[in-house]
Design a protein around this ligand. Structure first.
Ligand code: 13P
Ligand code: SF4
Length: 302
């Protein structure tokens, strides 16, 4: 089927089945253009909880669809390719976190939303890159267990002055953005600001003018005086930044910063998913109840 036809069919099925399409800011351009709502992890969780629909087609990675299912247990949540998983989320398992809790008895656990439901079920509060600093600051304890992103943990610890017992996880895409990439781009575009995602290495964050989640980048760009911005995150974000701010110039810090898993979703798979209503993401209700508490705590922070 040709692209226009596919889009038409998807829209027809969407209406017929009372479905909505949610897409993360790193999704392929055609999926972002098709989606009813595009956002960062926190915005998408909110949307999943409040949207009126029978079906959510989640265009993102597995932990995001799983979070949507936990927040909206009455809705059918579909993920067009179950192999679209986040390698960072898969770096820590429930067992690992239980072991960490034994090593640091009585310490509160903050888990990045990039985790499995099993890990969330062992967690006190979840956070995203948009609210990690606020979440950690809000806890009275001076020492906290933080999983799985060591780079985000390093950033949050600096911002809050708290000691974080961290897990050695990382995002392979952000990890590959190095200071040399930023320096090269700054040479090419001397007037440009550097905006970096907090999943980047500490030495990259040191070179950044601003440290922002993907949703914050989208919101801040139109308010910014900067005419040129070097963006240190996954390249999918450039689509919206350029579309919504045609008078500014956005450059990828590293063109190869592509999350293969995010890009597993395409129009054909979305069509097939809506037609067959599979693959569905399911979470065992007892596990979902325990994980939901930590996610709901996270939703209290903007
Ligand atoms: P945000 O969209 O929350 O900034 O997260 C980035 C990310 O890597 C999601 O996988
Ligand atoms: Fe996971 Fe990194 Fe891909 Fe985000 S960009 S889904 S953190 S691997």
């Amino acid at each position: 089927m040709r692209k226009n036809r596919l889009v038409e069919e998807i829209n027809r099925l969407k209406k017929e089945k009372r479905a909505v399409i949610l897409a993360h800011n790193y999704q392929p351009d055609e999926i972002q253009d098709l989606a009813d709502f595009v956002g960062d992890s926190l915005e998408l969780s909110r949307k999943a909880a409040e949207v009126e629909a029978d079906i959510i087609v989640f265009c993102g990675v597995h932990f995001m669809a799983e979070t949507a299912k936990i927040l909206a247990p009455g809705k059918k949540v579909l993920l067009p390719d179950l192999r679209a998983r986040c390698p960072m989320a898969d770096m820590v398992r429930g067992d690992d976190l239980r072991w960490m809790k034994e090593q640091h008895p009585g310490k509160k656990v903050v888990a990045y939303v990039n985790t499995t439901a099993e890990v969330k079920a062992e967690t006190d509060v979840c956070c995203t890159s948009a609210n990690a600093v606020q979440v950690v600051s809000s806890l009275p304890e001076a020492e906290i267990i933080f999983v799985p992103d060591r780079n985000l943990a390093h950033y949050v610890s600096q911002k809050t002055g708290k000691k974080l017992h961290l897990w050695d996880g990382y995002c392979p895409i952000h990890e590959e953005i190095k200071p040399k990439h930023i320096e090269r781009m700054k040479k090419r575009h001397p007037g440009a600001e550097v905006w970096a995602h907090p999943e980047c290495r500490p030495e990259v964050l040191l070179l950044a003018d601003r440290i922002l989640s993907t949703g914050q980048m989208i919101r801040e760009a139109p308010k910014s005086e900067a005419r040129e911005i070097i963006v240190a995150t996954e390249v999918g974000i450039l689509h919206r930044l350029r579309k919504e701010n045609p008078d500014q110039k956005f450059y990828p810090a590293r063109e190869k910063a592509v999350c293969r898993n995010m890009k597993r979703i395409n129009l054909k798979k979305v069509y097939k998913t809506l037609l067959l209503e599979e693959p569905e993401v399911v979470v065992e209700p007892g596990l979902a109840d325990r994980a939901r508490e930590a996610i709901n705590q996270m939703m209290l922070f903007i």
